[in-house]
Design a protein around this ligand. Structure first.
Ligand SMILES: Nc1ncnc2c1ncn2[C@@H]1O[C@H](COP(=O)(O)OP(=O)(O)OP(=O)(O)O)[C@@H](O)[C@H]1O
Ligand SMILES: [Mg+2]
Length: 505
């Protein structure tokens, strides 16, 4: 038996409890309450019928835990429902037996409400944070330390091609890095842990490739960090930018810069060449004139005559070169008219194909019959095609296949002319120089190196473009694009006269 003293201490302890303890009889009369509960109800609790006092109801609520305890004789854990208000909100109900019969039911609040409130708050905060991260405007991925992806926002889906559900269920972070295994992801983790890229646990503006769902590499700029809990790494998160568009634009800009530099170089070399040509023209004229006079007016021995003929022939060669130079620098008159390019090509071929150099060359013509006329100078066109076709035949040393194609590209309103050969191709170290005046790989006396620089300047003059595709041991194709209804070419006058204002003559 418990001593009186012990019983009194026990009662005091229950009273001192900072939780509600309420005892009701099987007829729902509240017979006792500890201080905590009594004070809450202004000490009006004792003697009241529970359902009447609290709910103003004649009968107990259907889901009353006390009813259940009375019926089953067992303890019932109860969570407050919407339809029921008991003296305690959430807690436990248990029977008090006396002689095998339930004498009363004790209801004790054990404060799960406060605990679950915390849980709920935590859960809400979590959802909120998750939503913030998922709605980030940049692609965002978070992974736990096993590499399992735990957050994957819509932008990350857009860049990588993986759906969010797919990424969350079946993707590991190391799978989005290139190469077999986890090596690339390990490198990123190593740099993340180092001090080098923005401090320990951080990566700032870190350039790396990831692999999209379609297997293609995507260059990105990554901002990542490690998340620590009590000094332990628990997750990694990363925001990133897709760099593809930026790199493409950078490439285009560099290409345009190179073209601009090339154009400038050609322009200044052209001026230089024109200046030299003019200086040479007059003395060459005198050499030719006086050499001819000597052969005609003096009785010279045959040997001397032969020497003078040599002088005349070489002076003529010099004059031809000067003429080419002047042509190159566009210092001659030009006549711009709509021209049929197929016809111009056929004419050039007709002139060339009977030369010995072409005897063993198979010529394939693939002309687009629907090619619209191009406003151009026919002489310049002949020159352009002649140079490209001669180069092709020379490259093949007279053996191989020459393919001449014309195509109309309606999308860009351009006529495309391709001249392809099956020659040895152009070495990569030679390629950047081929359009420079006087650049030649041919033996001395075989080529002046002016052919392509002239071609370049003619195409330029027609607001076109010239490109080259070359594969060593397979051949070379020069591609010329000329606008069919383009802007007026330089030097074209509205009144139909064709005087070039830059002309020196
Ligand atoms: N179809 C081609 N295949 C291979 N190399 C080529 C081809 N066309 C041009 N080249 C290279 O480009 C160089 C420059 O050509 P370009 O026509 O300007 O001068 P060239 O042919 O050497 O001399 P020129 O045309 O004045 O007689 C050539 O020497 C050659 O090395
Ligand atoms: Mg040439």
């Amino acid at each position: 038996m418990r001593s009186l003293e012990a019983s009194q201490y026990l009662l005091r302890a229950i009273d001192a409890l900072k939780r509600d303890v309420v005892i009701i009889t099987p007829d729902f009369r509240i017979v006792a309450a500890n201080r905590h509960a009594a004070e809450k109800w202004d000490h009006r609790l004792i003697g009241q019928i529970c359902h009447l006092f609290i709910h103003d109801r004649d009968a107990p609520c259907d889901d009353c835990p006390a009813v259940q305890t009375l019926r089953t004789g067992k303890a019932v854990v109860h969570h407050q429902s919407l339809t029921m208000v008991s003296p305690i909100k959430k807690g436990i109900c248990f029977p008090i037996f006396s002689g095998g019969r339930i004498d009363a039911v004790a209801m004790v609040d054990y404060d799960i409400s406060r605990m679950s409130g915390l849980e709920e708050k935590l859960q809400r905060a979590n959802t909120f944070l998750n939503n913030i991260l998922r709605s980030a405007v940049d692609p965002f991925i978070a992974a736990d330390m096993s590499g399992k992806i735990i957050i994957f926002n819509e932008e990350a889906s857009e860049v990588t091609g993986y759906a969010e559900s797919e990424a969350l269920s079946a993707l590991y972070i190391w799978q989005i890095y290139p190469g077999e295994g986890k090596a690339a992801a390990r490198n990123v983790m190593r740099d993340l842990r180092s001090e080098k890229f923005g401090g320990r646990g951080k990566l700032k503006r870190y350039h790396v490739d990831i692999i999209g769902k379609d297997g293609r590499p995507i260059p990105i700029s990554l901002y990542a960090s490690l998340i620590y809990e009590e000094g332990r790494e628990v997750a990694s998160i990363g925001f990133f930018h897709d760099l593809r568009e930026r790199l493409r634009m950078k490439g285009e800009l560099e290409h345009a810069q190179i073209q601009l530099m090339q154009a400038e170089k050609m322009a200044s070399l052209g001026k230089l060449a024109a200046g030299v040509a003019h200086q040479l023209n007059n003395p060459l004229g005198s050499i030719t004139l006086f050499a001819r006079l000597m052969t005609e007016e003096y009785q010279l021995p045959d040997a001397a005559k032969a020497d003078l003929e040599r002088i005349l022939a070489d002076a003529q060669r010099c004059r031809d070169t000067v003429k080419e130079l002047l042509e190159f620098a566009r210092q001659t008159r030009q006549q711009i008219q709509p021209q049929d390019l197929n016809q111009a090509l056929a004419r050039t071929l007709f002139l060339l194909q009977n030369q010995t150099l072409f005897h063993n060359v198979r010529i394939v013509r693939d002309f687009d019959a629907g090619l619209p006329p191009v406003r151009s100078d026919v002489q310049q066109l002949n020159h352009l095609f002649m140079n490209l076709i001669l180069n092709a035949a020379q490259a093949m040393a007279g053996h191989g296949q020459l393919t001449i194609r014309t195509v109309f590209d309606a999308a860009s309103d351009t006529a495309i002319i391709e001249i392809g050969d099956t020659g040895p191709g152009i070495a990569p170290e030679v390629l950047p120089h081929i359009f420079e005046p006087f650049f030649t790989t041919k033996e001395e006396g075989q080529g002046t190196g002016l052919g392509l620089s002239m071609a370049y300047s003619i195409v330029e003059n027609h607001s076109g473009r010239i490109e080259v595709d070359s594969h060593l041991a397979h051949g070379t194709t020069f591609r010329v694009r000329l606008p069919v209804v383009g802007p007026r070419t330089k030097g074209e006058n509205g009144d139909g006269s064709n005087f070039n204002p830059h002309s020196g003559g």
